[in-house]
Design a protein around this ligand. Structure first.
Ligand code: HEM
Length: 506
């Protein structure tokens, strides 16, 4: 009995000491408002138990609360750790420029992606980002248009081959997901994997499975500690998929390096039209990275594999989600769809030639539609950063305590009436027609933003144009100008019904 009392006293003393050492942290946190029902002791536990639908619901609820009080910031967990959600544009811009460390929760992904820049500590990320930037230059991204356009055409033809046109409602998710997977496999690795016709190709299945397993671990807080997770079935599943996921890029990287050294023509590689004797017309991201890393600060084979896999994992579902929301929005707003179809029809006339980069430049309304869809339904609705060991003095005057987890609400910033006016929640592509001063943050901002955003926009526009050119997208028209699409969260935000639409031939 006396031992129990001593233990309880010790725990209380430890907690009191912990709080005393963090008194400045809690003092600063007091200045930040909390939505009703949020911010409790062991709040993290409460939120983990809520499940993935609730995570998105709370992000939306708290962002709306932040808008309503005009502060653009809410505190939603205080113990044992402080978590703050931010949606005010100026504060978000400051945070994304100055707080570059990712939150510790992102370490969970490193089991699969190793030290790839996306979730690596800043010291590693800087080197990786420097290596990646030239591979994402405008000329290289433009060189992928022909591949994406061919895949887009395949996508629209496959829908007809499968009898999806004129036969009522269906989920378009497997098709758009196969389109983004095949496009990224060909542009990132240089391999043609036709996911539209064969969704069970082992490598492509492994990409899908790993994305799904990683989403599961994020929402199952009891699997966060490594010593528990190691004994779970999820760990075994991830290990199996990882082996499959690594095998193809490892093999290709090895072959390309060998071919490169056999040719011994490193210095001339930039000028070559085709490389490594494979007769490829378009160099893949991997080709570019190998060339760059041979010439400059060499990336090891493992580092190359990590970065290529991240492109595949970061670029597949996110772009598919964006295509899905855009199509559903077009079904809900037939007059906007007709305006888009008119633009496409006037531009191409009766020709069914494949789309090229000049077409993309010319299709201005398409660009507005895609941006507006990404604004209202950002595939990554929130991102987590860390305040580090110094306090963060924000433009709004608020000081964020050190070591805080900062959840940047992209959803909140993209719908903030202070920025977008009273029609912030409405679907109105024309808001991007005049000199738009508001910033949409769907690809994040600052030095750690999405390096693939130009590629992604290109891919989404091509898929949407390929479908609208041939088919009318049909669905329940929305009653008002504020679209409602029930969504859930699993790493990405995603429509609960997996994007159900119907297609009619034009
Ligand atoms: C619509 C599609 C996409 C969306 C909405 C999106 C969104 C984002 C966001 C919000 C981030 C920043 C995450 C953070 O700050 O924690 C990010 C990072 C990143 N994205 Fe994307 N992304 C998309 C497509 C792509 C594609 C197609 C690629 C590759 C081809 C890609 C590659 C990356 C990489 C490598 C990073 C890490 C950048 C760094 O930390 O330096 N993304 N993306």
């Amino acid at each position: 009995m006396s031992h129990t009392i001593i233990n309880i006293v010790l725990v209380i003393l430890c907690y009191a000491l912990y709080r005393y050492r963090r008194r400045r942290v809690h003092e600063l946190a007091k200045n930040i408002p909390s939505p009703p029902g949020a911010s409790s002791v062991f709040g993290a536990l409460k939120y983990s138990l809520l499940g993935k639908d609730m995570i998105l619901e709370l992000l939306i609820e708290y962002s709306r609360y932040a808008h309503s009080i005009g502060c653009g910031m809410v505190k939603f967990i205080t113990d044992p750790h402080i978590c703050i959600g931010v949606s005010d544009r100026d504060d978000v811009e400051y945070i994304l420029k100055n707080c570059l460390e990712k939150d510790n929760i992102m370490n969970l992904f490193r089991e699969v992606i190793g030290n790839a820049g996306i979730y690596a500590p800043v010291s590693t990320w800087i080197h990786r980002r420097k290596m990646l930037i030239p591979a994402f230059g405008p000329k290289i991204i433009k060189s992928f248009v022909s591949i994406q356009a061919r895949q887009g055409q395949d996508l629209s033809e496959q829908l007809e081959r499968d009898g999806r046109v004129g036969s009522g409602e269906f989920s378009i998710w497997p098709y758009i997901n196969a389109y983004t997977l095949s496009s990224i496999a060909e542009t990132a690795l240089g391999v043609k994997l036709d996911a539209l016709r064969d969704p069970n190709i082992p490598f492509l299945r492994a990409v899908q499975d790993v994305l799904c397993f990683m989403a599961s671990r994020i929402v199952k807080f009891w699997l966060w500690p490594q010593f528990i997770y190691k004994f779970s079935s999820l760990h075994a599943d991830i290990q199996n998929s990882k082996a499959l996921l690594y095998s193809l890029p490892n093999k290709i990287i090895k072959e390309k390096r060998e071919a490169l050294h056999n040719n011994n023509k490193v210095k001339n590689l930039r000028e070559k039209q085709t490389i490594y004797g494979q007769g490829q017309e378009t160099k893949s991201f991997l080709d570019h990275l190998i060339i760059l890393s041979e010439e400059e600060n060499r990336l090891s084979d493992e580092e190359l594999r990590e970065e290529i896999l991240v492109m595949m994992l970061a670029g597949t579902d996110s772009s598919a989600v964006a295509i899905g929301y855009t199509l559903v929005l077009l079904a809900k707003y037939p007059e906007i769809q007709e305006k888009l179809y008119s633009e496409i029809k006037n531009h191409f006339g009766t020709s069914d030639r494949p789309l090229d980069s000049d077409d993309l430049m010319a299709l201005e309304y398409l660009s507005r539609v895609v941006k507006e869809s990404l604004r209202l339904f950002p595939p990554a609705p929130g991102i987590a950063r860390k305040a580090g060991d110094k306090e963060v003095h924000l433009p709004s005057g608020i000081i964020l305590p050190r070591e805080t987890t900062i959840v940047v609400s992209i959803w909140g910033m993209n719908r903030d009436p202070k920025q977008w006016g009273p029609t912030a929640e409405c679907f109105d592509p024309d808001r991007f027609s005049d000199k738009q001063t508001a910033t949409y943050a769907s690809f994040s901002l600052g030095p750690r933003n999405c390096i693939g955003y130009k590629y992604a926009l290109q891919s989404v526009k091509i898929a949407v144009a390929s479908i609208i050119r041939r088919y009318k997208v049909v669905g329940e028209p929305e009653k008002g100008s504020v679209p409602t699409i029930e969504s859930t969260f699993s790493i990405m935000m995603r429509a609960k019904d997996d994007y159900k639409i119907a297609l009619e031939k034009r």
